[in-house]
Design a protein around this ligand. Structure first.
Ligand SMILES: [Zn+2]
Length: 410
């Protein structure tokens, strides 16, 4: 029997399902200010599971109650590679439990689907990664390279978990990563980027009955909003067209005049300051300088159109640009083979609509990433989130086969 078939036989469907359900049953919504609402409990569960399976384990304290758990098999010897199977332990809020037909943290198994917050995004992907790596070990297969399983915190917010990982030795030596996010097990080589730009228009405060005494920043805000569609058209021309990604979008999401930290809105007061935020989604092909130049040009145009206003912008957080990995990358080749070996099917390609921890790994470490995991791409963050059992089991097999191809068996 080949090493691969020995490993695939060690992947037990019931085990993957029960591990997913166990992870879903541990709520891990992060709620700032509530010390009990963190990833701590699910991280501790993952840690003890990996220790029981005899992985080398590193717990990285990222923030209070928010540890990354990193487990690995083997070492990255000279000439060998290090591959990360990446998952995150946080989930988004369940919202109103009354709207769910299966309670969000009960992990009900009905008609070969596991229901619950995080079932797809992404405790099933994490469980599949854990079982895949454990199966390699249980089959007694030694890899030439190092296989790392990462259960990271805070993917749904500032991505502090993956940012931290990139600064640590185990992170810095990574050669590639599989992001186990719900993409219905398609191989996603591209993902959209996101830039949140906050514009601030400064005018001069005055009485609403005497507008001539002031400079109204709301008018400038209106011009900014009116400029959004043209910006979207320019970005669509500048970015690459992709078969797998929706084209760039520019969506104003917040308007405030005055912002709460500066004043209280009053019907008879022209505020001194007004702000708006654009949620800008990108496809590959545009760099940070081009984005900055576009946003600065808009600020200049709006300031020129109204005397007395000052217009500036700032990024709400660090740019997360679109990513793209070439089909000729060794990781992609290993996964194309892996999907065939694990499922008997030729892989389907797809694209990731939003940004993930993979965005940070690609930007910070420059390594190739492929996003591939169980669950419908559109189901995350919805009520009655679920994952089909067969996709979770397939994912575990795909991860095991791909890791063996990429890291090579001794
Ligand atoms: Zn996710």
């Amino acid at each position: 029997m080949t090493a691969l078939s020995q490993v695939l036989r060690k992947i037990d469907a019931d085990e993957v399902v029960e591990l997913t359900r166990a992870l879903v049953r541990i709520p891990s919504v992060y709620r700032p200010g509530d010390p009990a609402a963190t990833e701590a409990q699910v991280a501790a569960f993952v840690e003890s599971w990996l220790r029981r399976e005899d992985f080398a384990v590193e717990v990285q304290p990222v923030a209070p109650g928010r540890p990354n758990v990193i487990g690995w098999l083997g070492e990255r010897r000279p000439g060998a590679r290090s591959l990360l199977l990446e998952g995150h332990t946080d989930v988004v809020t369940e919202g109103d439990s009354a709207e769910w037909s299966h309670l969000p943290f009960s992990a009900d198994l009905v008609d070969d689907r596991i229901y619950g917050r995080g079932a797809a995004d992404m405790k099933s992907g994490l469980a599949a990664a854990m079982v895949a790596a454990a199966a390699i070990k249980r089959a007694g297969v030694a890899l030439r390279g190092k296989l790392v399983v990462g259960a990271l915190v805070d993917e749904e917010d500032g991505m502090i978990g993956v940012r931290h990982l990139c600064t640590t030795p185990v992170g810095r030596e990574l050669d590639a990563a599989i992001i186990c996010e719900p993409e219905q097990n398609e191989l996603c080589l591209e993902q959209r980027g996101v830039v949140w730009a906050r514009f601030r228009v400064r005018g001069k405060m005055a009485h609403g009955a005497m507008p001539e005494a002031g400079v109204n920043p709301i008018a400038g805000l209106g011009r900014l909003l009116a400029a959004a569609p043209a910006l979207e058209r320019r970005l669509r021309r500048a970015c690459e067209r992709s078969r797998h990604l929706k084209p760039p979008t520019v969506t104003p999401t917040i308007i405030q005049g005055p912002p709460p930290k500066i004043g209280v809105p009053q019907s008879n007061v022209i505020p001194a300051v007004a702000e708006t935020t654009f949620d800008i989604r990108l496809t590959p092909g545009v760099g940070p300088e081009e984005i900055r130049a576009e946003l600065e040009a808009i600020c200049r145009d709006v300031a020129q159109a109204q005397s007395g206003v000052k217009v500036e912008w700032e990024p709400v957080n660090a740019f997360r640009l679109a990513t793209k990995v070439d089909r000729s990358e060794a990781l992609v080749q290993a996964m194309v083979r892996g999907v065939k070996q694990a499922t008997g099917r030729t892989p389907r390609y797809g694209g990731v609509p939003g940004s993930t921890d993979g965005t940070i790994l690609r930007m910070e470490l420059g390594i190739p990433i492929v996003t591939c995991g169980p669950g419908d791409r559109l189901i995350p963050h919805q009520v009655d989130e679920f994952v089909p059992v067969d996709q979770v089991v397939d994912a575990a097999k795909i991860y095991a086969a791909s890791a063996m191809n990429y890291l090579e068996v001794e």
